[in-house]
Design a protein around this ligand. Sequence first.
Ligand SMILES: [Zn+2]
Ligand SMILES: [Zn+2]
Length: 213
Amino acid sequence: MVNRKLLQLSLQSLMAHGCLEEKETKALIQKCCQSCEENFSNDIFRSIIKEINTRIKKFSFEIRHGACEDDDGQVYYCYLEQVVASPDGLVIENTILQAREQFTARAAQRSLARSLSHLVKEFLDRLVCDKWLSRTEDKEYHLGPRSLLDLLPFLQNRINSICSICSSLAIRAQQCPSCLSKAHVHCLSRFASGRNFIKCPHCDEDWKWKDCD
Ligand SMILES: [Zn+2]
Ligand SMILES: [Zn+2]
């Protein structure tokens, strides 16, 4: 049983940050432990997340964690409202509308002299900064860890695309040329351990998953 003060402090800290990488989340909880004079360990960390989730579940909140689809498969922890469980997928529209409202309110206060493209860039930067979107080095945008985790139940219902290695949702993924099953790049990288060719875990055919050059 984790003490109440530590749970409160941990929850407040997680809410304030919204979405963090696993090591940042652990560092944050470690700080909370220090200020409550508790020893930090991975077991305590898991207990804290579990107990917080038990308590906030009735208010439809959740600390959800999962791997981002970026190449390194970094795990993120995000504080989320579970409204996406609703079958109509309303959250997508609400999230966009809220973000747009906040954005247009801010934008309206500023001079109209700023170009639209600058505003759009600023908006995208903010979505990237808050981890709703991720941006590649080539300035391509894809769903960020926060969106992926937030929309997980919705996406699982609507997108029939599962990684053939880790069995979780695969949106940004490579496709086996033979059976067209998908796998995350970070999963392929682990599975192949340095090789460019693998046997597809689904159909057992050769799969050149990475260019040699
Ligand atoms: Zn995977
Ligand atoms: Zn295959």
